[in-house]
Design a protein around this ligand. Structure first.
Ligand code: HEM
Length: 313
């Protein structure tokens, strides 16, 4: 039970709060008399959330596919939420940085370990049928996944290794975006022609990505790390958290994903016939970390570790 003096203090604080915005406290208190108590379903918005799972086929396992993608997108949102707090922090400490990185890594660990839901949780036959209704869409077109990358490292580390020499901080954003590593999944480099997967994605998100990369140019996780005083950059816990994050996103998760793709679309072993990815990429080559060599924090790995990235998998 609140004591009288506590209540007086609260009323006083409320009076100040409402005075500051030119509002009358009594009116708001009277409003409380008639307001409905909150319920779980109103607060969590369960009705809205549970009405977002709409199949395109009658195959039950399509529901697994849709819901697991939605779970991923929710976790991506949680990850971006944490990155944003580190990125906009004005007085960053090693402790805050590593605690938030560990939160982010826990989300990614969860995504990685749960990826078996994709690999083992659907019947191959059903998957091969319902996937035809979602061609040419692909998880490749997840904007939040791309934003996580932009917010994690300097843009140069996301540029296709073949073009890194030609790009620096003065390169216009639009040109740099055209040479990101993921362009390789949707571009014929001889003709420069973009696949529908890529052009539709860019039409929807390119402008948003340019604004986002500009914002994170100097405040991405790697930039924030390099801005810390030298002695803080040596903090063992922080380095461990950074390396764990880099490894989880760019090797462990990528491999879980690659193995799931292999399970469904590696081809018909008896006929040797290849199955094309819904997004149409040369995925076996594109997705493997040893080819992509996407590394968020290159200074935190030795020369040998960088060279060996993804090769022993
Ligand atoms: C059976 C399940 C899955 C299969 C077979 C699969 C397959 C693929 C393939 C082949 C690609 C390469 C691009 C293309 O040609 O489509 C790709 C890219 C991608 N997928 Fe999936 N995927 C699966 C589940 C998921 C899930 C659950 C997510 C979570 C959102 C996801 C997110 C992505 C992302 C972000 C990319 C781009 C990766 C990159 O650029 O390195 N995928 N997927």
């Amino acid at each position: 039970m609140a004591t009288q003096s506590n209540r007086d203090k609260l009323i006083h604080q409320l009076e100040n709060k409402f005075n500051d915005i030119g509002q009358d406290l009594d009116t708001h208190l009277e409003g409380l008399l008639y307001s409905e108590p909150i319920t779980y379903w109103d607060y969590i918005k369960t009705d809205a959330l549970l009405n977002l799972q709409l199949q395109r086929t009658t195959l039950p396992d399509e529901m697994v596919f849709i819901m697991y993608h939605q779970v991923n997108e929710l976790l991506f949102k949680m990850i971006l939420w944490e990155i944003e707090q580190v990125a906009h922090h004005k007085m960053l400490t090693a402790e805050f940085f590593s605690s938030r990185l560990m939160r982010i890594s826990r989300y990614f660990d969860m995504l990685t370990s749960s990826f078996s839901i994709m690999q083992d949780g659907m019947e191959v036959d059903q998957y091969l049928k319902f996937r035809n209704t979602l061609t040419p869409a692909s998880g490749f077109q997840s904007a939040q996944y791309r934003k996580i990358e932009f917010a994690s490292t300097d843009l140069i580390n996301l540029i296709d290794a073949r073009f890194r020499e030609t790009i620096d901080r003065n390169t216009p954003y639009e040109h740099a975006l055209n040479h990101l590593y993921w362009q390789a999944a949707g571009k014929d480099y001889k003709t420069g022609k973009k696949s529908y997967l890529l052009s539709a994605f860019e039409e929807k998100y390119k402008n948003e990505f340019i604004v986002f990369t500009k914002e994170y140019n100097t405040i991405n996780l790697y930039a924030k790390f390099k801005e810390l005083p030298k002695e803080v950059q040596q903090d063992k816990k922080l380095i461990k958290a950074m390396r764990h994050y880099d490894h989880t996103v760019n090797i462990t998760l990528v491999m879980a994903h690659y193995n799931a793709a292999n399970h469904y679309i590696s081809g018909d072993k008896s006929s040797g016939k290849e199955i094309e990815a819904t997004g149409g990429s040369d995925w076996k080559k594109y997705m493997h970390p040893k080819y992509q060599k996407r590394i968020f924090f290159p200074d935190l790995w030795s020369e040998k570790e960088l060279n060996d990235w993804g090769t022993n998998l």
